[in-house]
Design a protein around this ligand. Sequence first.
Ligand SMILES: NC(=O)c1ccc[n+]([C@@H]2O[C@H](COP(=O)([O-])OP(=O)(O)OC[C@H]3O[C@@H](n4cnc5c(N)ncnc54)[C@H](O)[C@@H]3O)[C@@H](O)[C@H]2O)c1
Length: 254
Amino acid sequence: MTGMLEGKIALVTGGSTGIGRATSIILGREGATVIIADVQDEEGANTVGLVRAAGGKAEYQHVDVGDFAAVSALMLGISERHGGLDCAFNNAGIEGPTAKILDYSLEQWERVQRVNLTAVFICMKLEVEQMMKHGRGGSIVSTASAAGLIGIPGACGYNASKHGVVGLTKTVALEYASRNIRVNAVCPGFIETPMLNRVTDASVKIRDQLINGVPMRRVAQASEIGDAVAWLMSARSSYVTGVALPVDGGWVAQ
Ligand SMILES: NC(=O)c1ccc[n+]([C@@H]2O[C@H](COP(=O)([O-])OP(=O)(O)OC[C@H]3O[C@@H](n4cnc5c(N)ncnc54)[C@H](O)[C@@H]3O)[C@@H](O)[C@H]2O)c1
């Protein structure tokens, strides 16, 4: 049986750990060649190993996604080695501080916007450019968050950046829909990753409080986001664009 991404070239940013790692494994299993871009090199090499162990093809590159020149060089390399890009998952992100606006510094705000929003702009711009060059269309998925759809006190920089990703997604989807470049976002709720452990201080009590607020009464495995991303990248979602898809156990439906 052939996978739903057979022969596709797929970029995953933030693929060294968490959601990006789980998604890379699924994309590889579905037949894509996965290019993982991250700043955690050792974990990136581990992800490459996991993709290969699952029967997929992968390579790793050290790229700070907020650095325009570094992302440009990455795209050039993909174009030269693989003949272009079919799919991209703009997933790298940071949580930033947990603080109300009065205690949230301008420096903290700017750092979160740079990684979570400006970097998605940079990647999306250069991905669309690649896809326009080969003219085969493409599918771009970015990681927003449930926090990109509703307000959550205590993380104004993070929430604003993720709302920004949703706005960017809808806008670029409209700009390139007629060129068959689809642009969507996934909006995860609480997902079992290193980020969730940092945000909850690995405290069972805080986790239980979070879980109580989720209609499905559990956090998700990172692969549950990866499955949604693989579907959005594949031809099975061929008429879906401009969507910000909650994958959150019903959280934002409340
Ligand atoms: N875990 C959750 O509950 C949750 C919920 C909603 C949204 N998200 C989003 O999911 C995405 C993935 O997060 P995760 O939970 O897997 O966390 P994670 O910390 O495990 O993964 C984030 C990855 O991004 C990489 N990264 C950070 N800054 C980078 C940069 N400048 N350049 C390149 N790579 C960089 C990190 O090295 C790491 O590998 C993030 O955008 C996050 O905001 C996570």
